[in-house]
Design a protein around this ligand. Structure first.
Ligand code: HOZ
Length: 425
């Protein structure tokens, strides 16, 4: 649903920006609606341009784990801004940030800051190729790792939403060395390694997928990735841009007790600012310039404002916050499951920690093949009906919803009531 103010703004925007937006999923086309323009946000609430209020489960697509405009995060950015917005030179803050990440991610011995998740995954793969001297990278269908050329193969999320599994404008030669396999399929991975193991530079995976909707790994799947990489001298990369410091202080790898060779972080660790990280084993990271021959650079990398927001966020993510996130998210899951049952609608709610998806699919959804069978038409109707009732859910069947520390029991109960009415509408 869109209000008149948003409709007017969209008309202006569409003349100037492709689809009126700066990132495709925001256009709401996947749910047959029009985007709601946002004026501001506080805690669990978004305020639309027309003044309407929404309970938010997009959370800026993940970063707003403490809720929007958390006073300590805002204060940290304001205080930092007084001292200059960026210098293109090292700061003590970057060192503190690297220490904070390494303390939370034992698998990361050395890291580099970049400005977006796309940059992090793209650079991690370059490092892995430089380190191994090999070309082939392996990903999984429905996993999205940003929009760099070599990764736009069966990449879930926005691409899948638009029924466009691969992007135009990507040379065939670039994706020729990307293999995409079914997620959760250990035998397909084993067979590929048996055939091509000596050519594989890296396997990159979202350890808990957020970009085909929320799909958890089957027991043993991630372990098998790490084992095959180890046995064949390939680099294992966990793309924790969505899950990092959200599923636990140490991300999905902290939750599962795993030790990948490399990790990509973004969203939460940047506290809502443009900041992402790639890091991992020292021997791999020492391939990065100026220590090694793998080049990667960025004027805004390590922006002091972004680092200040990231540090302020990480410092507030204590055990109490994760307990609250779990309690609220589980309450939401149970409420949505009951609402589905009572409305006699076929659907499944998949959740890990504070990330969840209601699939209009009988479930379980274990792979992209499963996710793609969801009833997207029904999701679109559900989404529009929720928005009419003041609940802002991710505008695609293939995106995870995020609960924040600012969501209260009352927020969750209101959301469940809205979902109940939306399912019965
Ligand atoms: N890449 C995000 C979805 N997985 C969308 C980001 C945005 O539109 O801001």
């Amino acid at each position: 649903m869109s209000d008149e103010t948003s409709a007017r703004l969209l008309e202006r925007a569409e003349r100037l920006l492709p689809g009126g937006v700066n990132s495709p999923v925001r256009a709401f086309r996947a749910v047959g609606g029009a985007p709601i323009f946002i004026r501001g946000a506080k805690g669990s609430k978004l305020f639309a341009a027309d003044g309407r209020e929404y309970l938010d489960y997009v959370g800026s697509w993940g970063p707003a784990i403490l809720g929007h405009a958390h006073p300590d995060v805002v204060k940290a950015v304001q205080e930092r801004a007084e001292h200059g917005l960026g210098f293109g030179a090292p700061t003590e803050l970057e060192v503190q940030f690297a220490e904070a990440i390494i303390a939370r991610y034992p698998s990361v011995e050395m890291l580099r800051c970049v400005s977006s998740g796309t940059e992090a995954t793209m650079s991690a793969l370059r490092a892995a190729r430089g380190f191994t001297g090999r070309d082939v990278i392996v990903k999984f269908d429905g996993c999205y790792h940003g929009h760099s050329d070599g990764l736009l193969v069966k990449a879930g999320s926005g691409l899948a939403t638009f029924g466009n599994p691969d992007s135009a404008g990507v040379p065939a030669g670039v994706v020729a060395s990307t293999a995409s396999l079914p997620f959760n399929d250990e035998s397909a991975l084993g067979e590929l390694f048996a055939r091509e193991g000596s050519r594989i530079a890296a396997v990159i995976v979202e350890p808990v997928v957020g970009n085909m909707g929320l799909v958890p790994p089957q027991p043993g799947f991630l372990e098998r990735i790490l084992e095959l990489c180890r046995d064949h001298g390939a680099v294992s990369i966990f793309d924790e841009v969505m899950t990092g410091s959200r599923l636990s202080a140490g991300g999905a790898q902290g939750l599962f007790g795993m030790n990948p060779d490399m990790t990509c972080l973004g969203k939460v660790v940047g506290g809502g600012m443009p900041l992402a990280v790639y890091g991992g084993k020292r021997a791999i990271m020492e391939c990065i310039a100026p220590l090694g021959a793998v080049y990667q650079a960025g004027t805004l990398s390590g922006s002091p404002l972004a680092i200040a927001a990231g540090l302020a966020t990480l410092e507030r993510l204590d055990a109490g916050v994760y307990e609250h996130l779990e309690a609220m998210s589980s309450r939401l899951q149970v409420g949505l499951e009951r609402a589905l049952r009572d409305a006699n609608v076929s659907g499944v709610v998949q959740r890990v920690g504070s990330m969840l998806t209601l699939f209009f699919h009988r479930g379980p959804v274990r792979s992209w093949t499963d996710a793609a069978q969801s009833d997207r038409e029904l999701f679109g109707r559900f989404h529009r009906a929720l928005a009419q009732r003041g609940v802002y859910f991710p505008p695609s069947q293939f995106e995870a919803a995020f609960v924040s520390a600012a969501h209260s029991e009352e927020d969750i109960d209101r959301t469940v009531e809205a979902a109940r009415a939306a399912l019965e509408a």
